[in-house]
Design a protein around this ligand. Structure first.
Ligand code: OXD
Ligand code: MN
Length: 620
């Protein structure tokens, strides 16, 4: 598959298609300056650079990083304006064991978060941070989550000593000194402090990927602050994404009556030209980016991308649930992405992309497991060494990533930047389950939908440290990202249902599972572009065209209502994928119950009622 967007022939260095316009900065807001200066006193950087988000700034940082070996240019004929970064082998994923929610009360963090008293955490990090930026530059990066000036947008400023982080933020979020002007005008902002924690002594040569063995990703929900120490990788360091747009934003959302969710956002258009907007929550590395860029296999259907990882949802004045994507780029999992699984992503990555921990081909292009078979010979692996196929080790790290601006995505909706967002028709929850959970179910009503979200479980992936494949409960796909007590989180979702019931359009809630396996461990459902077949069924439900079976787990389709014409699956197999096995369902309800009961008195009555209903149905 060729590149659909030709590179700009006039460009001489990395040129983004989206370049946030900047305005001349007069004086930075006093409170931001004060905050920057107080950190500078502790961190003792060599200098301080106020970033403006411009292409000039990005190109200078790219040159700097090439000179220090942090990034290497790929072959410009094959992958223009694109670079590869190789992290330290100890800094390759989000470190959930070192991620803390430091609310004033431990009870507010709840049993699913690590907690430390805010004063203790501050003391510990202040000590570690003394002189932590010595020999380095401190960058001050103002950014907006959501279209600048949108009522749903929220602002932040990240200080960091990592040029890799600054350039990644340029690609992923709206970096602009216009935000400082908005802050001067009184807008609230989230304080994001980040250091790689690797000071340089006088004359000491830097390493390609500075970081520290000691890591802390700490959140202070009450003061809307993030303090991140020791890592330069992904969600640990790119603070606007997981730390702000999910953990801190979920607390803002609780306090202000909206939702901050780990959800992709898409527009589906039917052959009749009718549009539907859907959000879908799946745990990390379970196919959100693939869904967001789906090329439907059913004729006449289109999917337009609005976001691939995070959605902010709020009930509007008419009582409808509206969503925006607060980000402006993708930080996607590379392995498994190919011209057959996700051709749109492959096109998006034609150039202007930072790749991290991928393999590099002999001719200077990128490669990762799943891109092609067999693997090309002469690969350089993610550690920068000659790849030995006999070793059994992957050439790319399983959590290798691409960082790219959203405007390069060929399936991007034209109005993706609309400050009003879009009205949501359906909410989808999903996990990676080899069995037990059917291909698709609909919730009986909002509260049952919240229960489906609350009981999502998924087999672990490489996106976080831990054992790949192990089943873990991951409510709303937010286990690592909810900034407060998960029981209160469920209650908040139930309360949004009450607001929605008072007027407007009630979105339908569904649960999907693309990942059931046969006895040989092979995926049964063809997935990817064929997932439109399941989406089509959802649309038929929304339109009231088809009926359902009322099972203990939820409302399942009649087999004949899912169009498998020209798909690589037969009707009996589909019937199997849609069926609920009573013994497995019963064991799953028990496991859900055990997990939910761990929230004790914080478990909302509305969720307990759903558990009772499921048990009663199983016994009937
Ligand atoms: C991500 C994640 O990076 O969920 O999006 O880990
Ligand atoms: Mn994610």
């Amino acid at each position: 598959m060729g590149n659909t967007i030709p590179p700009d022939p006039k460009a001489t260095a990395m040129t983004l298609l989206m370049d946030t316009p900047t305005t001349a900065l007069t004086t930075p807001p006093a409170d931001v300056s004060e905050w920057v200066n107080s950190w500078a006193e502790i961190l003792t950087p060599t200098d301080i650079v106020w970033c403006d988000g411009s292409a000039r700034e990005r190109n200078e940082l790219i040159e700097l990083m090439q000179s220090t070996g942090t990034i290497e240019a790929l072959n410009p004929d094959l992958r223009p304006y694109s670079f590869v970064a190789r992290s330290e082998p100890t800094d390759v994923a989000r470190v959930e064991s070192r991620t803390f929610v430091c609310s004033e009360s431990e009870d507010d963090a709840g049993p699913t978060n690590n907690w430390m008293a805010p004063d203790d955490m501050r003391a510990e990090l202040l000590e570690l941070s003394q002189g932590a930026m010595a020999g380095r530059t401190m960058y001050v990066v103002p950014f907006s989550m959501g279209p600048i000036d949108s009522p749903m947008a929220r602002y932040g400023v990240q200080i960091t000593d990592s040029p890799y982080v600054v350039v990644s933020l340029h690609l992923m979020v709206r970096v602009s000194n216009r935000i400082l002007n908005a802050i001067s005008g009184g807008a609230n902002w989230v304080k994001c402090f980040h250091t790689v924690g690797a000071p340089l002594a006088e004359g000491e040569k830097d390493v390609a990927w500075p970081c520290n063995d000691t890591k802390y990703i700490s959140h202070f929900p009450e003061s809307r602050e993030i303090w991140s120490f020791g890592s330069a990788y992904g969600g640990n360091a790119l603070l606007p994404k997981k730390a702000f747009a999910l953990r801190i934003a979920s607390v803002m959302a609780r306090d202000e009556g909206w939702l901050a969710e780990h959800m992709l956002l898409v527009r589906i258009t039917s052959p009749e030209g009718k549009r539907y907007h859907m959000v879908a929550a799946f745990p990390s590395a379970c196919g959100k980016t693939n869904f967001a860029m789906m090329q439907p296999s059913l004729p006449g259907w289109t999917v337009e991308t609005l976001g691939d990882d995070i959605s902010w949802l709020a009930v509007d004045d008419s009582g409808n649930l509206r969503a925006i994507n607060p980000e402006a780029g993708f930080f996607g999992v590379a392995p498994g992405t190919s011209t057959s699984t996700n051709p749109v992503a492959m096109d998006t990555l034609w150039g202007n992309t930072i790749f991290t921990n991928v393999a590099v081909t002999e001719d200077g292009d990128v490669w990762w497991e799943g891109m092609s078979k067999p693997a090309p010979t002469g690969l350089t692996n993610w550690r920068g060494e000659a790849h030995n196929p006999e070793s059994g080790d992957p050439a790319a790290h399983p959590n290798a990533r691409f960082t790219v601006g959203i405007e390069q995505c060929p399936s991007l909706a034209e109005d993706w930047d609309n400050p009003e967002g879009v009205v949501i028709d359906a909410i989808i929850f999903g996990g990676r389950r080899s069995d037990t959970v059917p291909l698709v179910m609909e919730a009986r009503d909002w509260d049952h939908g919240v229960y489906l979200g609350a009981t999502v479980a998924s087999e672990k992936t490489a996106a976080a440290e831990g054992t790949v494949g192990e089943l873990r409960r991951d409510p709303f796909a937010m286990l690592p990202f909810a900034g407060y007590h998960m029981g209160d989180y469920m209650a908040h979702w139930l309360s949004i249902g009450e607001t929605l019931r008072a007027g407007g359009k009630m979105p339908r809630i569904f649960q999907v599972n693309w990942f059931q396996k046969d006895d040989n461990g092979r995926f049964i459902w063809p997935g990817f572009g064929d997932n439109i077949r399941v989406v089509e069924w959802m649309v038929k439900r929304i339109e009231g065209h088809v009926g359902v079976n009322d099972t203990a787990l939820g409302l399942t389709p009649h087999t004949a209502d899912i169009d498998i014409d020209a798909a690589d699956i037969d009707e009996d197999t589909l019937a199997g994928l849609l069926s609920v096995n009573p013994a497995k369902a019963s064991a799953d309800v028990d496991a859900s119950s055990e997990f939910l009961e761990s929230f004790g008195s914080k478990l909302p009555e509305g969720i307990r009622r759903q558990l009772d209903h499921a048990r009663a149905k199983l016994q009937a």
